[in-house]
Design a protein around this ligand. Sequence first.
Ligand SMILES: CC(C)(COP(=O)(O)OP(=O)(O)OC[C@H]1O[C@@H](n2cnc3c(N)ncnc32)[C@H](O)[C@@H]1OP(=O)(O)O)[C@@H](O)C(=O)NCCC(=O)NCCS
Length: 155
Amino acid sequence: MDVSLLPLSKFNGNELESHLEYLRKTRNSSKQFMTRSQDNITPEMQKNWYKNLEDNFIPYVFIGSEHGVIFYPIGYGTILIENNSAFLTGVIDESVRGKGFGKKLFSSLIDESKKMCNSTLLEVLTTNQVAQSLYKSLGFAEVSKTDKVITMELS
Ligand SMILES: CC(C)(COP(=O)(O)OP(=O)(O)OC[C@H]1O[C@@H](n2cnc3c(N)ncnc32)[C@H](O)[C@@H]1OP(=O)(O)O)[C@@H](O)C(=O)NCCC(=O)NCCS
């Protein structure tokens, strides 16, 4: 399967609506891994969120293609820019985890973030061992830690 990271701003009409709904469902099904808010997102909240999106928050869909024809999302990622630093997050569909797509997703997010910012960071729950090993393997190292959340920076 080929994969590519595409900003939601590339889409409109029905395609945009379907990707927004994909993002909402995928994020809700992984809300227990989120560091900032674990609230459930309703379709209404999602619409308002996208309508009021600020320039410093960029959502992406991670699209898989097979035989060069069928395109469908297998994950999503976001970049939040604060004080010239990029904060990354991302989720891969549960059905295709452990096959190397997470590494590809975060490598693509890193490439994007480097075009926009001097430093690349992310937050991860202290309990999320899988994501921590992924981030370490990509070159992130811990810069601070609370009871629940580790902040890591790409060195
Ligand atoms: C974290 C996540 C994106 C990783 O995606 P993935 O496609 O499963 O990961 P990959 O197959 O690309 O594996 C990448 C690395 O993750 C780690 N990893 C993956 N599965 C693992 C497992 N079951 N146990 C331990 N480490 C694991 C390994 O370090 C692996 O590198 P390696 O194969 O070189 O050893 C995915 O599990 C996910 O979406 N989890 C839920 C949401 C989440 O936690 N997002 C991060 C929020 S901060």
